[in-house]
Write a protein that binds this ligand. Structure first.
Ligand code: GDP
Length: 296
C-alpha cells in the first residue's frame, strides 16, 4: 500500500489527540513535533515540512479550536486540508487542444516508467472513447520501440514508428501529421530518457517541443526515489515548462516524500498516479483522496 509508513505514524499521533477531551497548546505543539518528524522521515523536503507545520500551527492554536467540543478532530481536519493543499488542492485535468489532436509529450529519466505510463494513459483515454495514437520517439534505449509496439498491440492502439535511425524530432512531426490524417484526437509521444539529466537530452526534448507544440508536457518520475524525484522534476521544469507530473510506483512507496513535495517545490501539478505494472494501474491524481488515505 502507498505511504503506509507515513500513514501509520500519523495515525498514531492523531489517535492520541483524538483521545483527549480538551487540548492545550502544549498538546498541539507536541503532536505537531511528531508530525514534523514523521514527514521528515517520509523524505518530504525540509522547507516544505517547515512551512506545512507552521501553517497547521497557526490555524490550530486559536481558542476556537482548543475550546471546541472535539478539538482533536478539528486539528486532524486542519492537517487533512493542509495536506490536500500541499498536493495541489484539486484534481488537475488533462489539457485539451482547441483543435484535435491534443499532443501529450512524455518525458522522464530511464526506468521511471515512462513507456509503461504512455501505454496506461492510452488505455485511460481509450476507455473515455478517445482515439489515441502513440509515437515511439525513444530511439536510444534498446527495445523501447518494441516495448511500446507490444503495449500498442495489447491495447489495440496504433503506434507510429520510424525505427531508430530517424531523429526523434522527425518522428514526432510525422506522427503529428499521421494523427491529423487519421483523425486521432490524442497523440502521445514517448520520448527518450537517460540515466541522468544531460544537455543533449534537454536539447532534444526542446526541439520536439518546438516542432509539435505539445498541449501537455508530462514528466514521469519514480516516487520511490523521494527527493531525487523532486530534484529531477525541478530540473526538467526549469528547462521545459512542464504542465504536469506523473508519479509512478506509488504501490511500492511507503514514504510519500515525492508526492508531498513535488507540487510545493516545483509549482507543477501532479496529474496522474501509477500504482502498479499493469495497464489499468493509472489514475488521475486526487489530492483530497490521497490526503484522506494518508490519514486513514
Ligand atoms: P522507462 O525507461 O521510463 O520507459 O520505464 P519503463 O516504462 O520501461 O518502466 C520501468 C520498470 O518500472 C518496468 O519494469 C515497469 O513495469 C515498472 N513500472 C512502471 N510503472 C510502475 C508502477 O506504477 N508500479 C510498479 N510497481 N512498477 C512500475
Amino acid at each position: 500500500m502507498a505511504f503506509e509508513g507515513l500513514s501509520s505514524r500519523l495515525q498514531s499521533v492523531f489517535s492520541k489527540l483524538r483521545g483527549k477531551g480538551k487540548l492545550t497548546e502544549d498538546d498541539v505543539n507536541e503532536a505537531l513535533r511528531e508530525v514534523r518528524l514523521a514527514l521528515l522521515e517520509a523524505d518530504v523536503n525540509f522547507k516544505v515540512v517547515k512551512e506545512f507545520v507552521a501553517k497547521v500551527k497557526e490555524r490550530a492554536i486559536g481558542q476556537e479550536v482548543l475550546q471546541s467540543f472535539t478539538p482533536g478532530m478539528v486539528v486532524i481536519d486542519i492537517v487533512n486540508k493542509e495536506l490536500t493543499a500541499l498536493m495541489g488542492g484539486t484534481n488537475s485535468k488533462l489539457a485539451k487542444a482547441n483543435k484535435p489532436p491534443t499532443v501529450i509529450m512524455m518525458a522522464g529519466l530511464q526506468g521511471a516508467g515512462k513507456t509503461t505510463t504512455t501505454g496506461k494513459l492510452a488505455k485511460l483515454l481509450q476507455q473515455q472513447n478517445h482515439r489515441p495514437l502513440l509515437a515511439a520517439a525513444d530511439i536510444y534505449r534498446p527495445a523501447a520501440i518494441k516495448q511500446l509496439q507490444v503495449l500498442g498491440e495489447q491495447l489495440k492502439v496504433p503506434v507510429f514508428s520510424l525505427g531508430d535511425q530517424v531523429s526523434p524530432v522527425e518522428i514526432a512531426k510525422q506522427a503529428l501529421q499521421q494523427a491529423k490524417d487519421q483523425n486521432h484526437d490524442y497523440l502521445i509521444i514517448d520520448t527518450a530518457g537517460r540515466l541522468h539529466i544531460d544537455e543533449n537530452l534537454m536539447d532534444e526534448l526542446k526541439q520536439i517541443v518546438e516542432a509539435v507544440s505539445p498541449d501537455e508536457i508530462l514528466l514521469v518520475v519514480d516516487s520511490m526515489t523521494g527527493q531525487d524525484a523532486v530534484n529531477v522534476a525541478e530540473s526538467f521544469h526549469k528547462q521545459l515548462e512542464l504542465t504536469g507530473v506523473v508519479l509512478t510506483k506509488l504501490d511500492g512507496d511507503t514514504r510519500g516524500g515525492a508526492a508531498l513535495s513535488v507540487k510545493a517545490v516545483t509549482g507543477c501539478p501532479i496529474k496522474f498516479a501509477a500504482m502498479g505494472e499493469k495497464m489499468d494501474a493509472l489514475e488521475p491524481f486526487h489530492p483530497e483522496r490521497m490526503a484522506s488515505r494518508i490519514l486513514g
